[in-house]
Ligand binder design. Sequence first.
Ligand SMILES: [Cu+2]
Length: 264
Amino acid sequence: MRHRTFWILVSLAAIAVAGACNSRSDVPPVSIVPEGGGAAANAVGATGTSTVSGSITFEGEPPAPETIRMNSDPVCVKEATNTETEYYVVGDGGGLGNVFVYVKEGLSGSYSASGETIVLDQQGCRYTPHVFGVQVGQTVQITNSDPTLHNIHATPAVNAEFNTGQPIQGMSMERTFDQVEVAPDGSPMVPFKCDVHGWMNAYVGVLDHPYFVTTGPDGAFDIGNLPAGNYVIAAWHEMLGEQTQNVTVGDGATANVSFTFTAG
Ligand SMILES: [Cu+2]
C-alpha cells in the first residue's frame, strides 16, 4: 500500500507542476537585451518640430503628354478616364508633379513602419497613384477596380520581385517591402508594370523612415515633424532622375529647399 501511495503522490505532483506551467503560459519568454544601449542604429528614430518645405519647378516647355492607345483591351477603352501619359505633370507656374521628395541622409535610429495602409489601385487601366512612397514593412494594398485582367509585376533591384494576376474586378492583395530601395545609384525607384497593358507603370520608393512626400501638379512639398539637424534632401523624377541638396534646420524652424528640373 505504501508503494501505491507513493506513486499517487508522484502523479499529483506531476499534475501540479503541469498546472503551474500552464498558468504561466501568458508570460512572455524572457529576452536578453544588451545593456549600454547597444548600437546607435537600434535607437528609436527621433521626431521633432522642424520642417523642410519647398517646391519643384520644371523650367522650359515640358514635353507634351502623349495619348495612350488602349485598343488592345476594349475594356480599357471603355473604362479609361485618363488616356494621357503622366511622365510630365506640370501645373501653373511650372510646378512639377509626381516628384518623390525624401530625406536621403541625416536621420539616425530606426523608425517603426506606419500602420497606415497605402492603396495602389488599378482603375481605368492606370495605376493610382503613379508615384508614391512606403516605409519598410508598411502594407501596400493593391486593388483591381477594373472588370478586366491586370497583373501586378514589381521589378525591384533590391527587394523581392513579385508578379501576381488579378483577373476579377474587386480583387485585392497586400504586399510589403523589407528593404530600403529608392533610386539606388540613379536607377529608378521600384517599378510596377502590368504585362497585359504595356502602358501601365508606377513607382514606389521604399524608406526606413516616414520623411517623404510626392508632389502634386503645384510642385509644392512639406516634410514636417523632423528633428533639428543637417539633411540631404533628394527629389526624384521618373524621366529626369534625382537631384539632392543639403539643408540645415533648427528646432521649430522651416528650411526652404527648391529644385529646378529641365528636360534633356
Ligand atoms: Cu493591366
